[in-house]
Each structure stands twice: as C-alpha cells, then as structure tokens.
Design a protein around this ligand. Structure first.
Ligand code: MG
Length: 247
C-alpha cells in the first residue's frame, strides 16, 4: 500500500515569518485605535519576533510574540509562552486575531507582490512538492493557515496543487491526520511539521511524525534526547524519492 505524505505549510513549505510580522504590527496598531500608516518597526524587531516563532500555533499567538519580543521578555519554553497568552486574555487575543486577518487581507488586496515576497517558499520544499506531485504521490497539506492563502502562494510560485488536498484546522492535528489517512486509502502516513506539540500528539503506529529541521524549531528540539525524529532538507528529498517521487 502507498504512503500518504502530510505536510504542514508555514515553516515546512513556506517561510512566512516576515508577512506574519507585518500583519501583526498592523493588527496591533489598529487594535489600539491607530489610524493611518503603521509606524516603522524597531531595527531588530523582525529578528526578535522570529526567535519566538517556534511557540506559535494560531493567529492570536502573534500578539503574544510581538509584545514579548518588543519588551525583551525571555520565553524559554511553551509553558512560558502560554502563560504570557493567558495574561493577555482571550478577548484581546480574539480581537487581535480578527484584525490580523483583516491586515493580511488588506496586504494581499492592496500590496499583492509585496505580500507574496514576504511568503517565501523553501527551495527544497518546492522541489519536493514538484517531485511528489509530478509522480502523483498521495499528498496533503494540513495547516492552521486558511486554505485560499496557501493556494495563492503555491500557484504564484508555479506549484500546481489541488484545493481538495489542502486542509485547515485550528485544533490538534493528530486526529485530522488520522482522518486524512483513512480517507486516502493509503496504508500509512508520514506527517512533517515544525511545531513539536502537533507531533507529540501522534499515537497511531501507522503515522510517523517528523520534525522539519529547517522550520521554526527550537535548537533543543533537534538534539538528544529527541522527542520526535527530525528530518532535514536532504532527508525530505530522499523521502520523496523513496516514496516514488520523480526529481
Ligand atoms: Mg509550522
């Protein structure tokens, strides 16, 4: 039986941290009543924001990142990040999230080429998608990013991908991967993500979770004792070939 390959999008296929930073800054500015142009960011703002990216699971988390990055709050682990989110509170986070998607929509509608430049496809992920897609391998994308954005970014980068194989979730991913496997008719699945919590939730022996080493990962996730087996860009290429992909 064949193997279903399930890929996360942000941090596995696409480096979108710059777009998330821009959308987050605009969203927070509007949330605080700001009108007109969004003020320029601090010089090291993007780098500080990017360092916290491994802890993000959903759109509202970007407010936690932005605030903590600017205040220089140390965030050693996921529990510390989640405590900061709890301190902000669900209503503010919900309001921020709505404005985050408004900002993303505005960027896409009014500054499309800039929006696409800020959503960069990893070259090795592009090669893997083309090799797998060209060979007709069973393939799915599972992301917390809404599907139309994913399809827009893929098609603008010359990567054909069927909308029916792009899936969106805001909850744990393990149950969704199980559903995708059941619907695929495949015997097993390899699920690649860069958020370790999604991979730690896998409890089905037919599904192998792999942590994308090139993604938004914490250094300690890649050294022993390993909680999830990592995969690097060469490993992804080899995996696709082993499943029958054509370079
Ligand atoms: Mg990710």
């Amino acid at each position: 039986m064949s193997t279903l390959l399930v890929l996360d999008f942000d941090g596995v296929i696409c480096d979108s941290v710059e777009e998330c930073y821009e959308s987050s800054r605009e969203a927070r500015f509007r949330l605080r009543g700001g009108a007109g142009p969004v003020p320029e960011p601090p010089a090291d703002g993007l780098a500080a924001f990017a360092r916290m990216r491994p802890f993000v699971r959903n759109g509202e988390d970007f407010l936690v990142m932005l605030d903590a990055a600017e205040r220089g709050v140390p965030v050693p682990d996921q529990a510390a990040f989640d405590a900061l989110a709890a301190g902000i509170g669900p209503k503010v986070l919900r309001d921020f999230k709505a404005r985050f998607y408004d900002a993303r929509e505005r960027l896409l509608a009014e500054e499309r080429s800039r929006w696409l430049r800020m959503n960069r496809i990893f070259p090795h992920a592009r090669a893997a998608l083309l090799a797998a897609g060209g060979a007709g391998l069973p393939l799915a994308i599972l992301s917390t990013k809404r599907s139309p954005y994913i399809l827009e970014i893929l098609s603008s980068n010359g990567i054909p991908f069927s909308a029916e194989h792009v899936h969106h979730t805001t909850g744990p991913k393990a149950p969704v991967v199980r559903e995708l496997l059941a619907a695929s008719g495949c015997g097993n699945a390899v699920f690649i993500d860069d958020q370790i919590d999604y991979l730690l939730g896998l409890d089905d022996p037919r599904i192998e979770g792999r942590l994308a080493s090139w993604g938004y990962v914490r250094p300690e996730w890649l050294v022993p004792p390993l909680r999830v087996r990592p995969i690097d860009p060469d490993g992804l290429a080899a995996l696709v070939v082993s499943l029958g992909g054509r370079p």
